[in-house]
Design a protein around this ligand. Structure first.
Ligand code: UT7
Length: 326
């Protein structure tokens, strides 16, 4: 059986920077509160003329170039996002056209901040069952367009960006070892964007009630995120015969530094083997893990054959993880 090996990875963040100090002038918050409660110092904000698939295009071009293939060789584009350019056509199809990936089937995954892991899980199966040679997995978001800039409990947390990996079918023992995904829809109310769907289609009333913005019960989400991410990390290691000490790099979803520290403690993976960039980008949802993987590789923290553990948690609730022999 061939395995899904990462043959190329790319990332892109927009140039615009919004610091905690800038936010102090927008809502009643402080650099001290944001830094101590989350670890975030600044985040990137897309330019007015950029859409999510523009960010994805930049990241994808890097991944495809590194993989040394042509866009026409891609069999599938799986695009994880909570902020597609529009409801349909899918961001996957829009990206397919921008890339000229004419032979790819393209679709989106809606799994909030776990979207990239969900997309990886699907790509892994297509490759392992022999249905695909090359798959582009993308996580990209422009969350700045769906945050309520008057709500200090959410607007300080999120940022914009994109990451992409090119997975190729290869013989050998490198590649995705195992991916696990989970969900529990009974927690849906704790993290949602209620407007714009069939429940609350756009209306003057939905806009007056700010239904087109992220609503989050932060503290309740926090507690469940810690437990779920810890549990999935331990499960992935145990079921595959590894311990924390075997992991060369932990790449967690970057939502809160305190969640990341809790996972490090539970799995015995030290700080110097955990990739963190939350201070620079905040929570970029489905883009956070591929951006972190891209940076880690660029900066020499990620080498061929390293054991990499990626874990995420998000709206749904959804959570999951992937263990990869890089
Ligand atoms: O990525 C998908 C999943 N998302 C997450 O994993 C996010 C999970 N949640 C979190 O990261 C944290 O819950 C937050 C960072 C959102 C909040 O931290 P917390 O320690 O859970 O704080 P809290 O919500 O319990 O709020 C504590 C206090 C409140 O004031 P009172 O009621 O104690 O007077 C808030 O009003 O902090 C206040 N507060 C703020 N103060 C200054 C909330 N937001 C801010 C703010 N600046 N931006």
């Amino acid at each position: 059986m061939k395995k899904a090996v990462v043959t190329g990875i790319g990332g892109y963040v927009p140039k615009g920077i919004l610091t905690n100090k800038d936010l102090e002038t927008i809502v009643d918050t402080s650099d001290e509160w944001i830094t101590t409660r989350t670890g975030i110092k600044e985040r990137r904000i897309a330019a007015k003329n950029q859409v999510t698939t523009d960010l994805a295009l930049e990241a994808s071009k890097i991944a495809i170039k590194k993989a040394g293939i042509r866009p026409r060789q891609i069999d599938y584009i799986i695009f994880a996002t909570a902020t597609p350019d529009m409801l349909f056509p899918s961001a996957g199809c829009l990206l397919q056209h921008k890339l000229g990936a004419k032979n790819a089937a393209a679709f989106d995954i809606a799994a909030g901040c776990s979207g990239f892991i969900y997309a990886l899980s699907i790509a892994e199966k297509y490759i392992e069952c022999g249905s695909a040679e090359h798959i582009l997995v993308v996580g990209a978001e422009i969350l700045s367009r769906i945050v309520d800039w008057s709500d200090r409990t959410t607007c300080v947390l999120f940022g914009d960006g994109a990451g992409a990996v090119l997975l190729s079918a290869k013989n050998g023992d490198r590649g995705i070892i195992s991916t696990v995904i989970r969900s529990d829809g009974s927690y849906g109310d704790l993290l949602k964007l209620p407007g714009g769907g069939s429940l609350f289609p756009p209306s003057y009333e939905s806009i007056d009630n700010k239904l087109h913005y992220i609503k989050m019960s932060g503290n309740e989400v926090f507690k469940k995120a810690v437990k779920s991410m810890e549990d999935i990390a331990v499960e992935l290691l145990e079921t595959n015969g590894y311990e924390g000490k075997d992991v060369d790099l932990l790449v967690p979803h970057q939502a809160n530094m305190r969640i990341i520290q809790a996972v490090q403690k539970r799995t015995n993976i030290p700080e110097n083997r955990t990739y963190v960039n939350i201070h620079k980008y905040g929570n970029t949802s489905a883009a956070s893990i591929p951006i972190a993987l891209f940076e880690a590789e660029e900066r020499g923290f990620l080498k061929e054959r390293d054991l990499v553990l990626c874990i995420a948690f998000g709206a749904g609730f959804t959570w999951g993880g992937s263990l990869i022999r890089w």
